[in-house]
Design a protein around this ligand. Sequence first.
Ligand SMILES: [Zn+2]
Length: 353
Amino acid sequence: MLSARMYEYRQPLVLEDIDVPDISPDQVLVRVGGCGMCRSDVQLIDGYFEPALKMKFPITPGHEIAGLVERLGEQVPRNAQLAIGDQVVVAAGWGDGTCRECRVGNEQLCEHGSWPGFGPPGGYAEYIPVPYRQLIRIEKRLKWDELAPLTDAGVTPYRAIKKLRAAGVLGPDRMIGVFGASGLGSYAVQYAKLLSAGGTVVVFARNQEKLSIAKERGADVAINTTSKSLNDLKQELSRLTGKSTLDAAIDCVAAEETIRTGIALLHTSGAFVSVGLVGNRIDIPLFPFTGRELTYHGSFWSNYSDLQEVLALAQKGGIQHSSKRIRLQDVNENIDLLRAGDIIGRAVIVFDI
Ligand SMILES: [Zn+2]
């Protein structure tokens, strides 16, 4: 099978023909139909996770995976309801199943967990072995380039915005800011609208084309942040919405600057959630944070049931997608485009199956 693998950090992936992997008795061999390319794949290649995750080379990246069931291990139980030819997605975050986080359903937070594409082979290949418990079957088939990104870009902001909803800061009379309008941001504006029962959604980003797409996806207001001070942003927000602060914000970039800006724009009792991983540190002034009772949430990827909810929504036609189909052969040039922020929507490696 064709695969694109890493043999060292900070080098292009190596395209090569390798054997189709074996599966263990509790695994399913999935023939990959689509694999989304995530900003974190670029970070993996660039060594961002090198200090935290000990991985053995070669590494096959790719964690936004959808495909067809090709073969079932002999211990995959009948009540898993999987059959050869089923369209499936891979829920990432494979926990040990025994710790407290796993027991409450948050396998993506397991201390002994692993993630395909960050150790176990990922979807930049024609086939992948997957534990059967990590597959979700799709009843109403979706296109590969629409389905694959839902497993990360399309679900991570969903979980995060659910945290804002639980914090009580969303509603039709509230305003929510979405920072970033790339892969995650173009989904985030849709969930912001949906989960706030029609609250005002303001998207902040630097790329005009991405901002226009975010407006098509449901953002009420788009603000280009290029070379604008905090004061400029407050004035523009006030001019466009009548209010100069946000009740809630989701940061899909999480550069040190977007965190500072997002927190500084929050109204008293506001809440902020980070899903991006661009920066390394959070540097915000303590006084308004404590004195105005602001809240900061981290939100990591999603659990299995968050993904089931998003897939249900997608199968009902409730999600608009923005993707760019590419071939595995063109993966390296697309990694460069992704690193430069020059991909509109989600680049998805699509196989001809
Ligand atoms: Zn666990």
